[in-house]
Design a protein around this ligand. Sequence first.
Ligand SMILES: [Zn+2]
Length: 239
Amino acid sequence: MGEITDRVDIIAFGAHPDDVEIGAGGLLAKEAALGYKVGIVDLTRGEMGSRGTPEVRAGEAEKAAKVLGAVWRINLEMPDGNISLDQESIMKAAKVIRKYRPVIILAPYWDDRHPDHVKTGQLVTEAHFKAGLKKLEPEMPAFRSNVILYYFLNRMEQSSFIVDVSGHYTKKQEAIAAHYSQFGPGGLKPLAALGVKAPLQFIESRDRFQGAQIGTAYGEAFLVRTAVPIDDPMKVWGI
Ligand SMILES: [Zn+2]
């Protein structure tokens, strides 16, 4: 893992150590390959999961970050299963934004069956706003990223746009596979008992479906709460 430098272009936030891979691994691998600096922030160590210890999961997360080409991956060590939207937790994430000053932030879509994903989406949304308030904890200069891209985990909604990730899909699959405690045979079996029968098939089918909508092999969909500026529609639709 490279040195933690002072600025990155993109920070992807997730609740658990495999969330950003599942929702946006293709985009992260693509941007890293294009030369942009990508940082990953996991809010929890996933210690409530029945599969894998926090230590094992930290090693897997590090490996996955390397596969994607992220410059660093940090963990805020918030309690898994009990992420709080209190001021202290919000400011923890806000300080990461102020320190690394990313142009783009990624967060889980705010409506999901897992409460941690919901809370992470809300927490990052508030952190993004508060990071830009000059009078709030002014010893650290205020900074606000230009946009939050919400990625999808268990649920999908009508997206704002879909990114072609076909050229980077093997990296995404490799990064997900790095989470062996979750997606190896020993991890999939207990997951099936919970009613999640084929998570890898779900992820791949979804990304295939998103790709099909834009005429590519694989795609990742994102939602934004603001308008999407397009300089020249001819460049998007004219070819
Ligand atoms: Zn998760």
